[in-house]
Design a protein around this ligand. Structure first.
Ligand SMILES: Cc1ncc(COP(=O)(O)O)c(C=O)c1O
Length: 480
């Protein structure tokens, strides 16, 4: 049996095209043998946990590029930045308002700091089944109802590229004395070209977390935490960054971040210009499809969508009677195009400025041809799916019976998933990607939520957090 490295090299030599992370697309930016400069904190190379030399200068450069007051390098992805941001902004046991479509790392922050979460539920786009933006009005209402809220965390852009009105949300938060944390993990490429949204850093957010690796040419795990203003104690933030980051931060990763920042500073705007042109052509041609449907930027102004990131190519298969899983598999098997993820109704193809002209043409050809095949002639699917608007992210509003950190301390039992309605969830239940919990420990499992989970399984999606390998059992709080 070959090792992982050999398998990866074989894969790299194949003709599979990556419409997924990381944003360097295995081509833009390259290093000599990484072993040759993989060091530890030796003389002259500073220390990420106490920077006063080259790393400090690198982080200042990044702050300058994004317009932040301070920027921290993250070597454990946006996940560690989100954990540190939450810990630095809310006192132990305090209250946080979070968008229900936050990434699981935000939920883990809530668990670790024993926080009481309140949720704002973004609307679901009826034709796509994906989340819209966060409603400033809803946030205002929630903060008025819960004046003890210390911080608000929202995801903008979402995985699918939906941007919320950060300026409005930040004004509301600050009026209520709250810190605004924006998970901008999918928006490190924002602000470099006018067809893309502006970063939350310039829209009033206090802490903004971006994964460089998701949308820019930088190695996996590299991310940034930006600070604006002085609502959050820098001392606390740095303490928590030390808790959640490795004590041996990789110089290979940090060199990758610095290369990425320099690239964006020197060549980024021009590269983004070419990239935007390619995206516009692709989107225009894909708008001709009749069965498959592209999520377009005309959604602005509906479902609290303030802006859309044009880089995310989200294609719904619902109009062809197929599932997102079927489209995902078809693109992979027939065209060797690897998408980022699928839900039961759509597929997400992630593009970046490192994509080639050829890559764009392959994607366009594959989707147009598939649309043609699936809507006419013998491959047309005539069976109507019963619940085409359901996506991996549609959710009910489960009642929180016990706070997450307490629920996880309760005695647990395993019950068959199909019989779990009315019980209280003992684990995070989610589809990955995107890693947004459908159920959080301590929440009551409603019949509708359960039906959704069973429906996701039926459509080929993997439900994570169940307690057996066959995904038939769920951990619940004992005697509930
Ligand atoms: C919205 C969002 N936030 C945060 C994260 C975590 O980012 P990272 O993988 O850089 O830790 C992800 C990962 O997919 C994400 O989609």
């Amino acid at each position: 049996m070959k090792g992982l490295y050999e398998d990866l090299l074989d894969y790299a030599a194949s003709d599979y095209y990556p419409f997924h992370m990381p944003g360097h697309k295995r081509r833009l930016q390259s290093f000599e043998n990484p072993f040759s400069f993989d060091i530890t904190e030796i003389e002259g190379f500073d220390d990420l946990h106490h920077p006063d030399g080259i790393l400090l200068r690198c982080m200042e450069e990044a702050a300058g590029l994004y317009g932040a007051d301070r920027t921290y390098y993250l070597v454990n992805g946006s996940s560690c930045g989100i954990l540190a941001a939450i810990h630095a902004s809310v006192s132990t046991g305090g209250r946080i308002l979070m968008a229900r479509n936050c990434h699981k790392s935000a939920y883990y922050g809530v668990f670790l700091k024993s926080l009481v979460p309140s949720y704002t539920y973004p609307q679901i786009m009826p034709d796509f089944g994906a989340f819209g933006g966060c409603s400033p009005l809803q946030i205002e209402k929630m903060l008025t109802e819960h004046p003890d809220t210390e911080a608000v965390i929202i995801t903008s852009p979402t995985y699918e590229g939906v941007v919320s009105d950060i300026e409005a949300v930040s004004k509301i938060c600050h009026r209520h004395g709250c810190v605004l944390i924006v998970d901008e993990a999918h928006g490190a490429h924002f602000g470099f070209q006018h067809d893309f949204p502006e970063s939350a850093v310039l829209k009033g957010a206090d802490l903004v977390i971006q994964s460089l690796h998701k949308t820019l040419p930088s190695l996996t795990q590299t991310a940034l935490l930006h600070v604006k203003g002085n609502r959050v104690s820098v001392e606390k933030l740095e303490r928590y960054l030390s808790v959640f980051q490795s004590s041996s931060p990789s110089y290979v990763l940090m060199a990758s971040m610095d290369s990425c920042i320099r690239y964006m500073r020197d060549e980024g705007r021009q590269a983004m210009e070419i990239y935007a042109g390619r995206l516009h052509r692709l989107r225009k041609n894909l708008s001709e499809m009749t069965g498959l449907k592209i999520l377009d930027s005309h959604k602005r102004g509906t479902c609290d969508i303030f802006d859309m990131d044009i880089s995310k190519i989200v294609i719904s298969a619902s109009g062809t009677g197929r599932t997102g899983r079927q489209l995902y598999d078809y693109m992979l098997d027939k065209y060797h195009i690897q998408a980022e993820m699928c839900t039961d109704s759509y597929v997400l193809f992630m593009t970046s400025l490192a994509d080639t002209e050829e890559g764009f043409r392959r994607l366009e050809y594959a989707l147009l041809q598939t649309d043609e095949r699936w809507t006419s002639g013998k491959e047309a699917e005539h069976t109507e799916r019963s619940d085409l608007s359901v996506s991996g992210q549609v959710m009910q509003r489960p009642a929180m019976m016990v706070k997450p950190s307490e629920a996880l301390e309760y005695p647990m039992e395993e019950v068959p998933l199909k019989d779990s309605a009315g019980k209280i969830a003992g684990d995070y239940i989610y589809i990955y990607p995107p890693g947004i919990p459908l159920l959080v420990p301590g929440e009551q499992i409603g019949q509708q939520a359960l039906d959704r989970l069973l429906c996701y399984q039926e459509s080929g999606l993997k439900v994570r957090g169940l307690s057996d390998a066959q995904e038939k059992k769920i951990k619940v709080l004992k005697d509930t």
